[in-house]
Design a protein around this ligand. Sequence first.
Ligand SMILES: Cc1cc2nc3c(=O)[nH]c(=O)nc-3n(C[C@H](O)[C@H](O)[C@H](O)COP(=O)(O)OP(=O)(O)OC[C@H]3O[C@@H](n4cnc5c(N)ncnc54)[C@H](O)[C@@H]3O)c2cc1C
Length: 1089
Amino acid sequence: MAEDPNKRRLTFQGKRTTWITSVTLSDLLELKVNFPQAPLVMGNTEVGPRIKFEDEFYPVFITPLGLPELYFVDSTDNGVTIGAGYSLAQLNDALGSIVSEQPKEKTKTYRALLKHLRTLAGPQIRNMATLGGHVVSRPNYSDLNPILAAGNAIINLISKGKRRSFRFCMCFYFQWHFVSGMRLAQCQENAFAIVNAGMSVKFEDGTDTIKDLQMFYGSVGPTVVSASQTCKQLIGRQWDDQMLSDACRLVLDEIYIPPAAEGGMVEYRRTLIISLLFKFYLKVRRGLNKMDPQKFPDIPEKFMSALEDFPIETPQGIQMFQCVDPRQPPQDPVGHPVMHQSAIKHATGEAVYIDDMPPIAQELFLAPVTSTRAHAKIISIDVSEALALPGVVDVITAEDVPGDNNPQEEILYAQNEVICVGQIICTVAADTHAHAKEAAKQVKITYEDIEPRIITIEQALEHNSFLTAERKIEQGNVEQAFKHVDQIIEGEVHVEGQEHFYMETQTILAIPKEEDKEMDFVATALNVPRSRIACHMRRAGGAFGGKASKPALLGAITAVAANKTGRPIRFILERGDDMLITAGRHPLLGKYKIGFMNNGVIKSADVEYYVNGGCTPDESELVVDIIVLKSENTYYIPNFRCRGRACKTNLPSNTAFRGFGFPQSTVVVEAYITAVASQCNLSPEEIREINMYKRISKTAYKDMFNPEPLRRCWKECLEKSSFYARKQAAEEFNKKNYWKKKGLSVIPMKFTVGIPYTYLNQAAALVHIYLDGSVLVIHGGCEFGQGLYTKMVQVASRELNIPSSYIHPYETSTVTVPNAVFTAASMGTDTNGKAVQNACQILMARLQPIIRKNPKGKWEDWVNHWWGSAFISLLISLLRGYQTNMDWEKEEGHAFPYYLYGVSCSEVEVDCLTGAHKLLRTDIFIDAAFSINPALDIGQVEGGFIQGMGLYTTEELKYSPEGVLYSRGTNDYKIPAVAEIPEEFYVTFVRSQNPIAIYSSKGLGEASMFLGSSVFFAIQDAVTAARRERGLTTSFTLNSPATPELIRMNCMDQLNTYLIWSIIWKVSVKQTNKNNLKYQVTGSHINRI
Ligand SMILES: Cc1cc2nc3c(=O)[nH]c(=O)nc-3n(C[C@H](O)[C@H](O)[C@H](O)COP(=O)(O)OP(=O)(O)OC[C@H]3O[C@@H](n4cnc5c(N)ncnc54)[C@H](O)[C@@H]3O)c2cc1C
């Protein structure tokens, strides 16, 4: 291709780096000679993260964008040649069109590539990442390289003097050739493979004699690994069971994953190596049968489903909610599904978050220096190198806190001692974020470890290390009742923690003497009266409890820095730091002893809960209170004892999180219900039904409630989801399929809204009516995206009888509404709504005389007249809120204002070979009473459910035994993505009464989180079906999250431990599996804390 002689190279010279854009191929080659170490920046999806997360530095970058030699597709009869500059999305399109045009037997490798191109990363990455960048960066988890290698792809290279273009040529064999790509990741999309493979086999024409065999595995070593020795030894063998048996043995010998391998999951990965090989074996057997059915028998019907991956479908759903009363005035928005007031701004990016605010004069950025030890004495802090770096203004330590460095037993800056990895020791203030970050790395801290270092709940129990005293609720005579039951079971369940993963990480902007964020700790830290601190908040990008207490600490840290430097400070935690420093949901260990009759009636329960609170109290006491109070869920157990305690460990302090412990502890309840069912030979739903509250009753702490809405949710969910028919269909499916199993579960919930402390149920509002008729509504609630401001506008609109367009919600601020309580526990609308309602009603009462004088007048006339009558047009209304009381001495009280019920039913399909699962359908019936805004409330219910599902299935926090958090970003921590949403998702609001709440509504923010556990128990049901078929005990404990690793290892079969696997084909499954019962899941890192 002729090069344009007029094109000129572009060079951009920065302070530290140079960026060169080559415009011709010869120029690019010349540049590569001059700067051999310079990366070619193509999609930048490999180079960019290396710079950002691994601190790599390149003085020169070369970008060859736009060179025609890198962007082409040349398809011939011998294969296809594709330019290295093609993005993976373009590669997908190109292969897609070739596959649609050419005969099937010619496109086997392309189809294998296309399958992986569907799930590799997400569309954004695939649009940017290039084929060349993918191959050259050789990630060990590469999804394409094993297939390219197995498909005999050729890489064409070019360098100066050797003129060849860089491209692949995919050659293919015809008829007797099979190629396949397989992968397993934590989620279907946007997750690196735990193990993947590309395999191809070529047979002597017309036979099943192996002529050529290629097996490549990803994620089992530092690069993609070839099982070449295994393949070599199998040449000439027949494609039969004995060959497979030998292949499994050989490949496990050849590919060694050391016990301390990065990423852990060693046994699981070894199992996957042979599970994927087994899948390939079946696929080829099936392929051979298709080619010559007489000569090559097909695989057993029961094994067919092992061949297919789960499809990625577009989810569908139906949402059912109330109609408003037809007599309601059309302008009254209450009860209508009104769009979130900032929805369009959220979607377009116009909604302003702190990071979007323009810089303030003299502003500095803050970067934290955190402890690398879990428990140690600080011997020295050397900041000299950091201070010497350009742009650095100051380093702030505990010494700089003018007031209290330890407010309410929390710690701003570590002093003398560190008590967890991730504890802030000091912060660096600099003119840019990059300078602050760079300098933070240069702060040298020396430590001396202190014993004991307590990381897990078990270690805390060993050392008697607790943050709180024990809480207890007891009714009946537990010990006595155990003597009169048919059976007793005991067990333990671990439910791991969860990261909040809000979209906007913790962000503070502190402006000295003018503005600050959280007040309590800021005032205490600076030693100034609270009235001198003004906190403003327009919105936060999600919180889920993570912004209940942590911003106060970080706000104080920022304020101290602003106070010391006298300059505005912007403190934005990067995702990894946010995950490390701010912690999240409390991991929980539940221990139970349950006494029951053979008919499934539970007579006695003794349950203990221990949560890992981390190193300081934070909200642990409240979490334990709530766990203990809600611990019976929907079941009446006449003799019931529940105890709870928060363990003190050397982990970052865990905090509030949607549901405050309820989502963890209630999994333990449903786990013992499932265990009782297994012992009684009844289904879990029968045990649920038998023991469920049926009429007006008292809880274990003697609070009266009416479970009528629960009964309705339960009945409707079973009926409308066709539960029993689908369960039968799943059983039929399971009989016909050995390697895939379906499971269903239906989980009931009794939830209490609010917090057992009256002072946290109050709220205040400030409403201004302006002379032009417009209205400003301010309250103490925070907008985290849940739509609180939108609902407050609806309330004001109804109360003032004016359209919503007249009303503007203003930011939350300590200046307008002081002493506000946190927006939490599903109470935001309840408390702030009543305060707004109250304020509006008082104003309307004052307006009444004017309205009476001019009843046909308009709102604007009345308001204008009001001014003339010297009425004040603003009002603060303080509402005391719900009265609750809980007497822990007597173990009784009215702990929460009201109850809310729900039931969810989920159906999953599990791949027993890999541990992957697919959520096929979820039905939720939830008691919403009367929803003020069904659009927002359904969003809360669906979002809560999905977040719960993440907690119970994919979200796995991994710590080292030394207390170092490994999972610090999206690579290692998987929140559910689109592919995880149920294929069919039905949400129904069940109508009930709630006279004590505004407009008879109910707070729906948190409850549905726990309903996500229906996915967990559906998985357990599917795994139970697999175990039953394999002759294994069905009484087994599934800990949360039910990751692919746990699912696969609990399914257990001959491949797990690699025994005489081929017996599966010939001998009764039950007999052989009896040998296999002793499997233990092991890993090189701690998952259960
Ligand atoms: C969020 C995320 C998710 C991902 N998920 C997956 C996944 O699920 N599965 C998977 O397999 N991969 C995954 N990846 C990896 C991704 O496929 C690679 O990052 C990508 O293919 C690299 O291509 P690039 O064009 O961005 O390379 P760049 O970052 O631009 O370059 C990478 C390297 O390749 C060199 N290079 C680039 N082009 C050429 C060329 N033409 N000739 C010579 N050298 C060249 C550069 O010098 C550089 O060293 C993921 C990446 C990200 C960021």
